[in-house]
Ligand binder design. Structure first.
Ligand code: GLU
Length: 452
């Protein structure tokens, strides 16, 4: 069994984590955690048997060998030599629409992790009524150890290996951890070099999160953080809280965390604590979200550590910060039973995928802390990917105002549906999200029937 690993120094010790499943202490991987959550929701809602069978495992798990001639490694012994990297694409389910999901480049990418993340995409898209299925991919590589020429060669060879598996209406990758617009542009270009010119007009739809020059949408980059802020806005409205009464702590100040901080600040909330793998900072009087984002991109060299407008704090002090809203926007498994006990918040809004362990969930539930789960809270990214995909099919043009209204409307109406499921099933937000999503996908399966 591949067990999930805690990454970075926040969130606990590295190594596998024990979890109680079926009463016994045992190792639970990220994928197994998804299965436990899936079956819990399926039992509660009495999901149709056909839907449960079709959705309980991925349709396809593909493992690729990606050989690359390395030229810019930090390890001089690797330069001028060929190296093989393991890569994955898991196509979990496409009943709801074409497979869709990001590609990550990270040394700890494994089949188990990609399966869990592909499942998360499958549950995520229906929650904002986005007609995509779920997939995910990744390469087991530490991209920080290689230069741009190596990353380009890796991306182009990986795209070539995936050629028959991806396509504008088949499976469309997107950015994720350590991948960006440039990598999506290389993927797009490689795909075009091999696809028929006859279909050229739609080829850009093979991947989203591209640069604007290559058919990307200007609103795509902020979209995940923007969506996260809208999920929190709906929770605040529902709980009759004024934005100005809410303080926010964010773990991870990359693309998701920083945009969430900026959008929440614009709504009137106050950012009071921020952490990343290199350090944690706090200021009860407030941290300017935009200035901090500029600092991270400039003098901070990629980290919030050393930001002059706040004091340095320990990781535990960061988790214990007096903030009503806590946003994990780093990597998986950062909210564990231990860190969940430290939190002083009223709501956890998950910016990262899979940031809360099963035990973390239990502690948060015992303590009466709501969790707006990843599959709803961070769905803004794939929602705007859908607009980019429509745009690339050549029929629609969307400006920033359209993107903002689209996201706002989708969050407003789907929050209400999920809140209704929380009440009806007397359950937590995560289980309610699974129930709403499985209900929407399951309905299609029941109408279509199981083949043959
Ligand atoms: N990687 C993002 C996610 O986890 C976006 C996926 C997409 O746009 O297809 O939701």
């Amino acid at each position: 069994m591949v067990s999930s690993r805690v990454r970075g120094k926040l969130g606990g010790k590295s190594g596998s984590r024990p979890a109680k499943a079926g009463g016994a202490e045992q190792e639970v991987s990220l994928y197994q955690a998804d299965k436990i959550r899936f079956h819990r929701a399926a039992d509660l809602m009495r999901l149709d048997d056909r839907a449960r069978a079709a959705l309980s495992e991925p349709r396809r798990e593909i493992i690729y060998n990606v050989p690359v001639m390395v030229s810019q490694s930090r390890n001089p012994a690797e330069n001028g030599r060929a190296k093989s990297f393991l890569a994955y694409r898991v196509q979990y389910n496409n009943i709801y629409g074409p497979y869709k999901g990001g590609l990550r480049y990270h040394p700890q990418v494994s089949l188990d992790e990609v399966k869990a993340l592909a499942a998360a995409m499958t549950w995520k898209c229906p929650l904002l009524e986005i007609p995509f299925g779920g997939a995910k991919g990744g390469v087991a590589i530490d991209p920080m150890q290689y230069g741009p020429a190596d990353i380009e060669a890796l991306t182009r060879r990986f795209t070539y290996e995936m050629l028959t598996d991806i396509g504008p209406d088949q499976d469309c990758p997107a950015p994720d951890v350590n991948t960006n617009e440039q990598i999506m542009d290389w993927l797009y270009d490689t795909y075009c070099m091999h696809a028929s010119d006859k279909f050229n007009v739609c080829n850009a739809a093979v991947v989203t999160g591209k640069s604007v020059a290559c058919g990307g949408l200007p609103g795509r980059a902020p979209a995940t953080g923007q969506g996260l802020s809208l999920a929190i806005r709906e929770w605040a409205k529902d709980h009759k809280k004024k934005p100005s009464s809410l303080r926010v702590a964010i773990q991870g100040y990359g693309k998701v965390g920083s945009y969430a901080g900026i959008f929440l600040e614009d709504m009137g909330m106050k950012l009071v604590a921020v952490a990343d793998v290199r350090g944690a900072i706090a200021n009860p009087r407030g941290i300017d979200a935009r200035k901090l984002a500029e600092y991270v991109k400039g003098p901070g060299g990629g980290s919030v550590a050393g930001y002059p407008g706040a004091a340095k704090v320990s990781d535990d002090e960061f988790f214990s910060a007096k903030a009503e809203v806590f946003i994990p926007a780093a990597l998986e498994n950062s909210v564990t039973a231990r860190t969940a006990r430290l939190l002083k918040c009223q709501v956890v809004a998950e910016g990262a995928n899979c940031p809360t362990t099963l035990e973390g969930d239990e502690v948060l539930a015992e303590r009466g802390i709501d969790v707006l789960p990843d599959i709803f809270a961070n769905a803004g990214g794939v929602a705007v990917s859908y607009l980019e995909w429509l745009f690339n099919h050549g029929t629609h043009l969307f400006d920033l105002a359209y993107v903002a209204k689209f996201l706002s409307d989708r969050y407003e109406r789907n929050y209400k549906v999920i809140a209704e499921a929380v009440r009806k099933y007397k359950t937590d937000w995560r289980t309610a999200c699974y129930i709403v999503s499985l209900g929407r996908i399951g309905e299609k399966i029941v109408h279509r029937g199981l083949y043959p």
